[in-house]
Structures are given as C-alpha cells and as structure tokens.
Design a protein around this ligand. Structure first.
Ligand SMILES: [Zn+2]
Length: 267
C-alpha cells in the first residue's frame, strides 16, 4: 500500500514522501532541506529509494546531497535522483523528459514538461493502481491550490499551456503542490470573483485546516477547476473581472491569463 505524507520545511514548503507501508521504502520529492527529511526517515524507519526533482530552485534541491550521504550511511543503497534533462542540477543521475514512464516502488510515474515558473520545470503523475486508489500529481511550483507559480523564466503562453496540460488530468487526481499558499491565493481569487460560492466555501474549509495546523493539500483537479482563476481564463466571469480591473477589453484567454498573473504579482 502506498501513501503520501507531507514533511514541513522552511516557512511554507512541503517535501512530499511516497511510502510503501509494508516494505518501508520511500521516494522523496523536492528536498530543499535534508534535515526534516532525515528526521522523518529515521522516525518511520524508511529506506530512501529515489528522489524526484521538479525544478532547479534551491528550496527544491538543496537537500539532495545531504540525503544521499544519509542513505549511503544508513542502508548503503544507491538512490536514484530523477530530474529535468535540461537542468544544471549536478546530482541528477537519471534525467527525464516528457512522456517518460518510470517504475518506482512498483508503481508507474509519468513525466511531463511544464515550463513557465522555470524553463526546466517538470511534473510527475502517478496513475491510480492497486496500491493507491486515486491518481497523484506532483507539480512543484507550477500549479498551486487557487493559484500558480510566478513566471521567473517562462512566458505566460508557456505557463498557460502547462496549466492546461495539468488540468486535463482526471478530475479526482490529488494535487500535491510544494507550498502552503492556499489561503493567500484564495484571498486573491476572492478579489477576482467576490461572489463565487465555491471560493467562499473553500476559504472556510482551508481556514479550519490551518487553524488546526493541518495542510490544505492535496487539492484535486476538480477543486482547482472550481476555485482557481488561473486555470479558468477561458471563463466569462474571470475574463470580465480582469477586463474590469484593467479597464481594457479582453482579447483572448492568453491575454486574460497574462493580465491576471500581473494583477496577482502586485496584489
Ligand atoms: Zn520554484
């Protein structure tokens, strides 16, 4: 049986851990810091088999070396480090590209390229199988709950395409983002769509979770299609909100996304 657990890091990062509860083998995604991960591995007697990297930012990669050293001392096993093929991350031992299928812990992961936040950004999709009843998406800093990553390297067109690729996944896909940004993203979503009942309801639900110190993640694709304006730029309510805010008519879905992203950057 496979399960996913969050490991808190830095101010608001989640390092996700996929664990097989029987074999005690695990995969770590985007370890920006090795310390909380090593703590989690030791506390749960887990053996690290692989590290998955979504992109090159320090808060996703700086813990790789420390984890490799830990694994060497703890089990002596070799740990595979998977990551984007067009990246300069030195510790990657298995570069992957769009369409690659990998088998790890007996389950299949599908790689996609989702540039926008960075140019090397990739995502990992785990289709449902006997070991876990719902599909999983590990999307780094591309799709956040109720938001999306900032455009540090890519263009709005690239990011819009990447978000579309992700939201075309099955509606019940669990979305594992890397940051706990949901409430602040929802505050922006509410400013864009003040009368949207789904956004209001989701704010209440997420506020309750945060009050209990629980993550608001994973989200699902179905939820994001209801509450996330960045994946709804073809919708007339989002388009008219953006048009009203910028005092200019909307030319296209891409135009909506571009102006929505810059509205959020100064929100
Ligand atoms: Zn990033």
């Amino acid at each position: 049986m496979l399960n996913v657990y969050p490991i808190n890091a830095f101010q608001d990062n989640y390092i996700w851990c996929i664990e097989n509860s029987i074999t005690k083998k695990c995969i770590i995604i985007d370890p920006g810091d090795e310390k909380p991960v090593i703590q989690h591995l030791l506390a749960n007697q887990l053996t690290l088999k692989a590290i998955l990297i979504t992109h090159h930012h320090y808060d996703h990669v700086d813990g790789i070396s420390g984890l490799l050293t830990h694994a060497q001392q703890y089990s002596g096993d070799t740990v595979t480090v998977l990551g984007p093929s067009n990246s300069k991350i030195k510790q990657i031992t298995q570069p992957v590209v769009k369409g690659d299928r990998l088998t790890l812990l007996g389950t299949t992961l599908l790689v996609n390229e989702v540039p926008g936040h960075t140019l090397d950004h990739i995502s990992y999709y785990v289709a449902q199988d006997l070991e876990h009843p719902t599909p999983w998406l590990f999307c780094g800093d591309t799709l956040f709950s109720a938001g999306c990553g900032r455009l540090f390297e890519g263009s709005p067109a690239q990011m819009l395409r990447s978000l579309k690729t992700l939201t075309e996944l099955p509606l019940n896909t669990e979305v594992y983002c890397t940051h706990e940004y949901t409430l602040s993203n929802l505050a922006f979503a509410k400013a864009v769509l003040p009368n949207n009942p789904d956004i209001k309801q989701h704010i209440e639900k997420c506020q309750t979770l945060r009050d209990l110190d629980q993550p608001t993640l994973p989200s699902t694709i179905a939820t994001e299609l209801k509450i996330n304006p960045f994946v709804s730029c073809s919708r007339s309510d989002v388009q008219s909100a953006v048009s009203h805010h910028s005092n200019l008519p909307i030319a296209s879905e891409l135009d909506t996304f571009t102006r929505l992203r810059s509205w959020k950057d100064s929100f």
